[in-house]
Design a protein around this ligand. Sequence first.
Ligand code: ATP
Length: 219
Amino acid sequence: MSDKPIGILGGTFDPIHYGHLRLAEEMLELAGLQQIRFIPAGTPPHRCAPQVAAQHRSAMVQLAIADQPAFVLDDREVKRATPCYTVDTLRELRAEYGAAQPLCLLMGGDAFLQLHTWHEWEQLFELAHIVVGYRPGFTLEERIHSATGELRRHYQRRLCAADALSQQPCGGIAELAIPKLEISATQIRSRVAENRTIRYLLPDAVANYIHQHHLYAPC
Ligand code: ATP
């Protein structure tokens, strides 16, 4: 099998920022992905509700990725009326792409260390590889010791090189050293609420959208 893997980057994207975009761009290159599907969460089951409506979060993702043909907005989760889990989305994608296509669920190191709290988390490995970005100098191997036993066992058993991801449809864990930009959506929302500048933390088109639609501003 030689199909290049398809990457899946889920998040609340409330709003999308350069931390997400750099993570995606580096993973596209380092993992040899053919495409990354950005999937904004509808009503995330395991965290607080997003501040702005799904339609705005999707629109901001679309603006942010417009210049990168390998990045695609996939708004299936925001179109659902009911809360949905990553495992359900991966089941849908697996049905659409077929059993042989390598799929890679992309995430930052912090998200990976919480994986055992996700709904049916062990099923994720039956549906996709997991590709984790970690800060150079802080390997996941050092931090995995603080994770639960089950997650640690999966990590030790499934760890593989990025260039092996195209050889199997799912089941591997690959780590990629990616500098983490010190940007978070929380920080951007606070800055807007305090009427401070958000320029250069996210694409200008997204910043303009936030201002035009008065998102994150105090009521
Ligand atoms: P919030 O501040 O609201 O918690 P966030 O900025 O962390 O949001 P999410 O939508 O929760 O963004 O993140 C989606 C994915 O992007 C997660 O896998 C997360 O680990 C990763 N991510 C978020 N910010 C960064 C960053 N600055 N650099 C690299 N990865 C990031």
